[in-house]
Structures are given as structure tokens and as C-alpha cells.
Design a binder for this molecule. Structure first.
Ligand code: ACO
Length: 270
């Protein structure tokens, strides 16, 4: 995989230097962007630079990208936050004394995850081996998780005295429910692939040797669907949990009118 920004024409595009410093690879092939966590010797541990670069990728992907795949190089998806940062390696942590500054700092890092919900893209976490802490939350930020039968998830933060703060608590509760989410977080236990599938934490489990092919097949199926309908449908589905039935019916009508106007030339009328 090339470690270079393909769309070098955009002034806001992430640079090859930023990708290297962040431990990321980015490959853009038409409608598909593949982001690989690329510090296998550190088990794809992530730093603040990783999350800032992910946010920048999210802000600067070419308009034609429709599917984003996140994966890990080497033997596992990600060991989560780079623990050397706890012991003063690199930029170091805020002590929280300045509440407003710390809030802004964490919000900036969360942007590395939030863009994966953007209706412009369908995002796929391709998980093999461990996905721990911030790595688990990265998988949770994606729309679909396709995992190998050796995948293992662990929300480690509470065991380290922290809370999961990289956008993972909302999807975790939505997927497994409050009680199971609490049990998983407060025991920090490891969930293996079969249980992850049963809990809904993975849409698909395949033998490790078939993981690349499974993601390629899924990507092809997603790209076979009308692009505008895909964006509108993701937007609609995202609204559903918060809406009343009446609100959701109205949202369906709104999106369908948009589709009809685009397909049958009604745009430009009232
Ligand atoms: N941060 C920094 N370095 C790491 C991390 C990490 N999160 N995880 C692994 N490494 C390093 C190890 O220190 C080791 O370095 P060394 O070769 O210099 O000794 C190297 O990566 C290989 O690690 P091993 O433990 O030997 O790899 P193994 O494949 O046996 O185990 C595993 C992988 C299970 C991921 C293990 O490394 C592990 O438990 N890591 C810590 C996970 C963790 O607690 N993450 C924080 C979660 S909380 C959060 O993300 C906010």
C-alpha cells in the first residue's frame, strides 16, 4: 500500500510527512479510501498525532470517496493509546487543571473519530486480532465491523483509571445496551469474535485468511448501490433512534422527495 496522499492537489490534504508521523497509511482508489494503522512494532498504538491526522483525513477526502476502510498492519488492529504517553513520552497528557483547555483538547482528538459517521461515507472497520481501548472505539466509530475469527475487543480505559472518551460510549450502548456496556467497560474483559458477533459488535465474522476478501466483497456491494440513495439512507437511519415515529415518517418523506427530484428532474421546481 502506498503511504502517500494521492490527492495531492488539495491544499488541506494530509501530507506524507503527517501520515508517517501519525503512523498511518492512506490509499485512495477512486471511491474507496483505505486507512491503515501502521505501527505494527508498537501493535498500532495510537498517539495524539494519529487522531489529529485521522481528523485531517476526514476533512480532506476527495468528493468521489464513498467507502472508507480502516484496518491495521501486522498482527492486530490496534493496542489503543500509546502507553508511553502516560509516562511522559511525546506530547504528554493534560492534568485537567485547566478545564476549558482540556475540554478543547479532547474535543480536537474526538474529531479523529466523529467524521466516520458522516453520511457521505460508509465506513468499515476491518478488525483482526486485538482492538483495545481507543482501538475498540475506532472500530465502534465505523458503520460496519467485519472481523476475523481471531478478533478480540477490550474497553480497557476504566482499568487504567480513565473513561472511554473517543466517542465509543454511545455506539457501545446503542449496540449492546446499557447493562452489557457497563459490564464490558467495568470489567475491562476481552470479548472474543464469536461473542462480539452475538452481541452485534460485528456484522460479519470470517476466517482470518478471508478477511481482505470479505471486505472487498462488501465494498463492491456498497458501491453497487446508487450513491445519492446511499447518503440519504445513512442520514435517515442515523436519525431513527432519536426520532418519534411521526418525525421519522416526515424524515422519510423529506429524503424521498430529495431522491425523486434528483432522479426525475424535479429539482428547480418549488
Ligand atoms: N502503547 C505503546 N506500546 C505498546 C502498546 C501500547 N498500547 N501495546 C503494545 N506496545 C508495544 C510493547 O511495549 C512492545 O514493545 P517492545 O517490543 O519494545 O517490548 C511491542 O509493542 C509488542 O508488544 P507485545 O505486548 O510484546 O505484543 P503482543 O502481541 O504479545 O501483545 C497486546 C499485544 C495484547 C496488544 C499487548 O501489547 C497489550 O496488552 N498492550 C497494551 C494494551 C493497552 O493497555 N492499551 C491501552 C488501552 S486504553 C486506551 O486506548 C485509551
Amino acid at each position: 500500500m502506498a503511504g502517500e496522499q494521492v490527492d495531492g492537489t488539495r491544499p488541506d490534504a494530509v501530507t506524507a510527512e503527517e501520515l508517517a508521523a501519525a503512523g498511518l497509511l492512506l490509499e485512495i482508489d477512486g471511491a474507496v479510501a483505505t486507512i491503515a494503522l501502521n505501527r505494527p512494532e508498537r501493535r498500532n498504538a495510537m498517539t495524539f498525532a494519529t487522531w489529529r491526522a485521522l481528523a485531517k483525513i476526514g476533512r480532506s477526502l476527495p468528493a468521489e470517496v464513498r467507502v472508507v476502510v480502516l484496518r491495521g498492519e501486522g498482527k492486530l488492529f490496534s493496542a489503543g493509546i500509546d502507553l508511553s504517553m502516560f509516562s511522559g513520552g511525546g506530547e504528554g497528557f493534560s492534568d485537567g487543571a485547566d478545564r476549558a483547555a482540556t475540554d478543547a483538547f479532547i474535543a480536537e482528538l474526538q474529531q479523529g473519530y466523529t467524521w466516520l459517521r458522516d453520511p457521505r461515507y460508509v465506513t468499515i472497520a476491518q478488525v483482526h486480532g486485538h482492538a483495545i481501548g481507543g482501538g475498540f472505539q475506532l472500530a465502534l466509530a465505523c458503520d460496519i465491523r467485519v472481523i476475523a475469527d481471531d478478533a478480540r475487543f477490550c474497553m480497557k480505559e476504566p482499568a487504567l483509571g480513565l473513561v472511554p472518551d473517543l466517542t465509543g460510549t454511545k455506539p457501545l450502548v446503542e449496540i449492546v445496551g446499557l447493562n452489557r456496556a457497563l459490564e464490558l467497560c467495568l470489567t475491562a474483559r476481552t470479548v472474543e469474535a464469536a461473542e462480539a458477533h452475538r452481541l452485534g459488535l460485528a456484522e460479519t465474522v470470517v476466517p482470518a485468511a478471508e478477511l481482505d476478501a470479505a471486505v472487498a466483497d462488501l465494498t463492491a456491494s456498497l458501491l453497487a448501490v446508487n450513491a445519492g440513495a446511499a447518503v440519504a439512507t445513512k442520514r435517515l437511519l442515523q436519525e431513527a433512534p432519536e426520532n418519534t415515529l411521526e418525525e421519522q415518517c416526515a424524515a422519510e418523506r423529506r429524503e424521498q422527495i430529495g431522491r425523486l427530484r434528483e432522479m426525475f428532474g424535479g429539482a428547480g421546481k418549488n
